[in-house]
Design a protein around this ligand. Structure first.
Ligand code: ZN
Length: 499
């Protein structure tokens, strides 16, 4: 027993409680809070955020962390919490407080400016603010860089520890070399895939009914979680006994079906975190990419797999008799796998998704490390869409202004989305060796797959990073070739490409 850790824990518990309150407000704001609440709730959030900042960033905590760092009586979990906190403190400490606060203010403004610019389809409105955000982020990264570390590597490491430009260049080169020609072959294929039946007047009630069914079928535990509606689907986790997902209801039936499965994938990760880790600094997913690997695994590798629908397709037809009674299982599964280049990342199919990320990675690298100026960004964006996806956005709303990330200062975040898909594919090929993956899906035995992921990934929270986990599970370091293999097999079959 470490007395110092016990003292530190009091601060940590307080910080975690404040964080839970903040998350709850965030959830509330996006789902059921009345519109008029905004301003007054903002005051509450500002006070709570200040309290949170103070709870972790004060002199007592700093000296306790220092003392704990050399304490050999700490358990593995305690030591991991100290490590996390030390990293966070180092980050905050390397940035002058005034600049930190100015930046927080700038990004909250920037989001509003971005929203307006997007609404008005006017990049020039956003450009000066974006320039400032980038300047701050470059400055902060240079404060934090260790031993000649590149600025963009500092940013990448925040979202995906263990990954840097060297590794990501190799990953995205593979994608460029393999997926761009694959998409071209798909576009030239004579096979027509129908998905018109996925668009129509699907009532919210019907979509909710099937959404709840799907969430539960995939493994969402409604005694420890709730589901609500928001503009953009997301998952909030307070702890492993309270996980909340949202969805939206559109005219495209597949949008709500696969959002639900996606968010349930995130939720399963959070439910699966061990009791002795939850509500601590290490009681979250290993990384952003690992989290996304689980949601995308359930959404795509499981949810768009024909075998998954065998036991439940009748149920779907039962909920939508008018729209789906004439549509057979194969036509449905082919339809939800249709590949088609589009402008919007969040609506992209499995094949084109990584190309949207490739474009953002190349642009971020040029903005942070190269000579790309903000003025040239819209042109460069459009050029790359034309080069990789064969389509050119006509306006900035559907082009460079579509994502919120840069206005929030989140540079280095995008690659994790593509990494998540690639982690999932690597796990998939390994799991196929140790279990009858498709057979289990066809028999509706998802619990075997779920238990495997919980056992090997979810339970550990942040105790291990994503690369270590992959190595321990599959016996190999991160290997993007599995992702390419997966996409080639899947789309080669669907579009009858001979390889
Ligand atoms: Zn996600």
């Amino acid at each position: 027993m470490s007395q110092r850790f016990d003292e530190l824990k009091q601060y940590l518990d307080r910080a975690m409680a404040l964080q839970a309150a903040l998350q709850l407000f965030e959830w509330d704001d996006a789902t059921v809070a009345p519109k008029g609440a905004g301003k007054l709730t903002s005051n509450v959030i500002r006070i709570l955020s200040g309290e949170y900042f103070q709870a972790v960033n004060n002199e007592e905590v700093k000296s306790l962390v220092k003392a704990c760092q050399g304490d050999e009586s700490l358990t593995q979990i305690q030591a991991a919490q100290v490590r996390e906190l030390a990293e966070e403190l180092e980050k905050l400490d390397s940035i002058p407080k005034e600049e930190y606060q100015d930046f927080a203010h700038l990004t909250s403004e920037a989001v509003r400016v971005w929203e307006e610019a997007k609404e008005k389809n006017d990049f020039q409105l956003f450009a000066p603010t974006l320039k400032q955000v980038i300047e701050y982020q470059k400055k902060f990264a240079s404060y934090r860089a260790k031993d000649g570390q590149k600025k963009y590597d500092v940013m990448l490491n925040d979202y995906e520890p263990g990954f840097n430009m060297e590794l990501l260049d190799r990953f995205f080169d593979t994608i460029k070399k393999e997926i761009v020609p694959l998409l071209k072959a798909v576009a030239d294929s004579k096979v027509m895939v129908r998905n018109d039946f996925l668009t129509g007047e699907f009532s919210d009630d019907q979509q909710e009914r099937i959404g709840r069914f799907l969430a539960e079928y995939v493994g969402f535990d409604f005694s420890k979680g709730v589901m609500a509606v928001s503009a953009h689907p997301f998952t909030t986790n307070l702890h492993n006994k309270d996980v909340r997902i949202t969805t939206h209801y559109h005219h495209n039936l597949d949008s709500s079906l696969f959002s639900i499965i996606h968010e349930t994938g995130h939720a399963l990760y959070e439910f699966g975190i061990r009791d002795d880790l939850t509500q601590t600094l290490v009681g979250q997913g290993a990384s952003m990419g690992m989290h996304e690997s689980q949601s995308r695994f359930f959404e795509n590798i499981i949810g768009r797999n024909r075998s998954f629908w065998i036991p439940i397709y009748e149920k779907l037809q039962e909920v939508f008799p008018q729209e789906l009674s004439e549509i057979g299982l194969d036509m449905f599964v082919n339809g939800v796998n249709k590949a088609e280049p589009g402008f919007i990342r969040t609506e992209a199919d499995e094949l084109t998704y990584s190309l949207h990320i490739l474009i953002r990675y190349e642009l971020e690298k040029e903005l942070i490390e190269g000579n790309l100026s903000v003025e040239d960004l819209p042109q460069m964006w459009a050029d790359k869409y034309e080069e990789y996806l064969g389509i050119r956005p006509e306006n900035v709303r559907e082009g460079v202004l579509q994502d919120i990330h840069w206005s929030q200062g989140s540079f280095g975040y995008f690659p994790s989305y593509a990494l998540g898909s690639a982690f999932g594919a690597q796990l998939y090929y390994h799991m196929k060796k140790v279990m009858d993956f498709d057979g289990l899906l066809a028999e509706g035995k998802l619990e075997v797959i779920r238990d495997y992921l919980r056992e090997n990934i979810h339970q550990y929270g942040k105790l291990k990073d994503s690369r270590t986990m992959l190595k321990e599970i599959t016996g190999e370091d991160f290997c993007p070739e599995y992702y390419v293999k997966y996409l080639k097999e899947k789309y080669g079959k669907l579009y009858q490409l001979d390889s």
